[in-house]
Design a binder for this molecule. Structure first.
Ligand code: ZN
Length: 93
């Protein structure tokens, strides 16, 4: 069974917890974390890979090294935006 995945999404989810923890003042609730991930993914180019059980690890590790700095930069920028205007506090919601 083959699957098409945006590897950037995996990489952002892997790093968001640590970056949120290290940026005091940003709301850690689920809604804000999803907002951070969505914003970060809008900054990043998608990197689609075809995955099949057990055969993707080497490719994924190579991608992780290649894009790690870009992902951290994008998530950090997203944290700054969400911290300045948290989505959950908008009165219209
Ligand atoms: Zn929040």
């Amino acid at each position: 069974m083959l699957e098409l995945r945006n590897y950037m999404e995996t990489l952002v989810w892997q790093n968001v917890d640590e970056i949120v923890t290290n940026n005091h003042g940003v709301c850690p609730c689920e809604h804000c974390r999803y907002d951070i991930v969505a914003l970060a993914l809008n900054f990043l180019p998608p990197r689609y890979i075809v995955t099949q059980k057990g055969e993707t690890w080497t490719k994924v590790k190579a991608l992780e090294q290649q894009f790690y700095v870009d992902v951290v930069t994008a998530v950090t920028n997203a944290v700054t935006i969400v911290r300045s205007r948290p989505h959950h506090n908008r009165p219209e919601e």
